[in-house]
Write a protein that binds this ligand. Sequence first.
Ligand code: ZN
Length: 273
Amino acid sequence: MFFLTVLLPKVSFGISNVDFLNSDITDLFLLDNKNDSTFVIVIDPGHGGKDSGTSHNSVNEKEITLQISKYINQIIEDNQPYIDVKLTRDEDVFVALNDRIEFSQRQNADLFISIHCNSYSDKKVNGTEVYALGIGQGEHLAIAARENNSVLWEDDFESKYDWVDPNSIEAHIFLSAFQSVHLSQSINLANKVNHSISQKSGTKNRGVKQAGFVILKNPSSPSILVEVGYLSNKSDREKMTTVEGQKQIAQGISDAILNFINEKSLLNSVSIN
Ligand SMILES: [Zn+2]
């Protein structure tokens, strides 16, 4: 079972000042910089309410992102009592992008993962791609611009997001510097998530990329945006609209999160010696 296998290696380090044989995951989290013993993951189901996201064949992105997010919550909380999963929304309501980021900061989140579905004019294009914040290029800019368009549903968005245009040079400079403190961890998590979704659900692995997503402007934790598949592609759409496919995707993301946490815990364990 995954959750057991990822936690087992910690006992093999034999570090003298911590009794790892009698420890559980709580001890490992106490080694982190935070004072609490619960690891908090904020899962952000993209879009909601009046913002449906992308739509194909009567399927709305906002419904798929919510379902997958709920399955992630269920999988992790059923198996890991010391990990607290918080959703930025658990029903079909509109939530502004900056409110999602503020929610994550209020929850003192250790990880932030935003869930989305992709779309493209060429219906043959398919697969999973995972983003960290950074300077985008080509098609990645277009994807960031489409996702950032959620702010257009917000009142007074121009005063709230003065750097929202991902095509501007100023936005690039600002965004590229914004999350550098967590960038390597975000990319590490993104790689794990991308690989794990493909492994569990059979989607094509399109790789880890960087672009100027507003929702990733979060200085408080490693943050990634997952485009789980293309709603415009029949095969991806079938995976994303069935319970089985949604659960496979959620399992892939959950496994990757646990893998990331376990690796981080081991690094912290070693560093205290
Ligand atoms: Zn989206």
